[in-house]
Design a protein around this ligand. Structure first.
Ligand code: HH2
Length: 261
């Protein structure tokens, strides 16, 4: 999954893809580089980010969704607002990626009424405050219980399991220790029986562990994502698609040679 932020304030691309055409060009390059899904977002969810009104998010994201879906791309809309979900689905999005796991009023019903896939992500608190001393007793157990409950709610609303993806939400109300615990025990989320998405690209944990600035975290991200793949992650949400594809090509060819040849 390639990241396409149409925001003036994303943590990794501040000011980079503020215009629709720049975002579309970038997204088409990501597809060329091997992204299967393009995840379009019109609201930053970085720590401290303020919420954007739905009409502004629609103004930013929907022209990009429409152009990419029109070009035959598999498009995901990264939003927590039902109004934006509806506009994106009408514009051709095939997936809803919601950092609040469809907890907003009417979000579950909106997606259930479509045939889109959905990514259910765990987040503790709100982007504005989520990194202020998050506390868990057992982060892996609590995130797992939350995602299991959200999967059950989707199924109760009539969505088949085949449409669902789950995501521990690295960096969303989590310290470095919480993120590492979730990464090490990602197998426990995989055991829930729903494909797991991992999104660690350029995130602050990588900066803490390597001392690198946001723009220089590509290699650290690849290592972190391969650690996730080793534990069963099936989707990776990344900025640096070409590098991740190369890493996966080597990973897959090694893992597929079961007889050791
Ligand atoms: N991370 C971000 C945004 N959306 N969605 C899922 N499912 N998983 C994630 O880990 C995730 C996500 C934050 O990264 P980014 O889009 O690069 O930044 P911003 O929210 O500032 O636009």
């Amino acid at each position: 999954m390639g990241i396409v932020n149409v925001t003036p304030d994303s943590f990794s691309e501040r000011g980079g893809f503020g215009s629709a055409q720049a975002a579309i060009d970038h997204a088409l390059k990501l597809r060329e580089n091997g992204a299967d899904i393009l995840d379009v977002g019109g609201e930053s969810t970085r720590p401290g980010a303020l919420s954007v009104p739905a009409d502004e998010e629609i103004r930013r994201a929907i022209p990009v969704v429409e152009a990419l879906a029109g070009a035959g791309c598999c498009v995901s809309i990264d939003t927590r607002k039902p109004e934006v979900m509806r506009a994106a689905l009408a514009a051709g999005a095939a997936m809803v990626n919601d950092v609040t796991a469809l907890r907003a009023a009417d979000a579950l019903e909106t997606v259930a009424a479509s045939d889109a896939a959905v990514c259910l992500m765990h987040m503790l608190g709100e982007p504005q405050t989520m990194q202020q001393a998050p506390v868990y007793e057992d982060v892996v157990r609590e995130v797992g219980a939350f995602l299991r409950a959200r999967v059950a709610s989707c199924e109760a609303a009539g969505m088949s399991r085949a449409r669902l993806v789950i995501d521990p939400g690295f960096g969303f109300g989590k310290t470095v220790a919480h993120n590492l615990a979730l990464l090490r025990r990602l197998d426990r989320l995989v055991a829930l029986g729903v494909p797991v998405l991992a999104g660690l690209s350029r995130k602050s944990m990588l900066g803490v562990l390597t001392g690198r600035a946001v723009s220089a975290r590509e290699h650290a991200g690849i290592a972190a994502h391969l650690a996730a793949v080793a534990r069963g992650a099936r989707l990776l949400r990344v900025h640096d698609v070409a590098a991740m594809r190369d890493a996966l090509a080597i990973w897959n060819v090694v893992e597929e040679a079961e007889d050791g040849t």
